[in-house]
Ligand binder design. Structure first.
Ligand code: ATP
Length: 147
């Protein structure tokens, strides 16, 4: 019989960074990962002694090249995945924050992602790879509309 997997917990944090165009349309930034196979929200591991909002600002800046300010908390998602050929089962929680764009260029994304790109928010909703992240984006859209 094979050994049962070791369970590990991980916490990440990320954000929906948005801007309003001259015509009043809302655009958000997504990152492409895994060789362009997935379009996702920018996020990353919460470092020791770091709080999730600070991680969100840092990860959005690193992965998209964009600097923003935190407007509010959007919510959190959780999912399971396997590491090391199934020997480790990870339970991951990701916190998400709404960020308003201040400055920066998507061309300045780091090597952790294949590309960073602005999308009109409805196009982002159609492009995103994971249902739970789409639900976060929908909530962000409602929050922006209500602000
Ligand atoms: P981080 O960006 O937090 O450092 P990572 O790039 O190391 O994380 P994840 O993006 O969490 O890792 O991906 C690990 C696994 O989980 C991959 O197999 C990925 O396809 C899957 N995954 C990522 N996001 C989701 C999600 N929202 N729902 C379900 N599975 C997901």
């Amino acid at each position: 019989m094979s050994k049962p997997p070791i369970i590990q917990k991980q916490t990440s944090s990320g954000g929906v960074i948005y801007r309003e165009t001259e015509t009043g349309a809302i655009e958000v930034a997504l990152v492409s990962v895994r060789g362009g196979k997935a379009w996702c929200l920018p996020k990353g591991m919460v470092d020791r002694k770091e709080e999730p909002p600070a991680t969100a600002l840092r990860e959005v800046r690193e992965e998209t090249g964009l600097h923003g300010k935190i407007i509010d908390r959007i919510g959190q998602i959780s999912y399971w995945y396997f590491l090391k050929g199934g020997q480790i089962k990870v339970y991951k929680t990701v916190h998400f924050f709404l960020l308003k764009y201040i400055e920066g260029n998507t061309g300045d994304h780091d090597h952790e992602v294949d590309e960073a790109r602005w999308f009109p928010i409805d196009e982002a909703l159609k492009t995103m790879s994971y249902k739970s992240e789409r639900q976060i984006m929908q909530k962000a859209k409602d929050m922006i509309a209500a602000s």
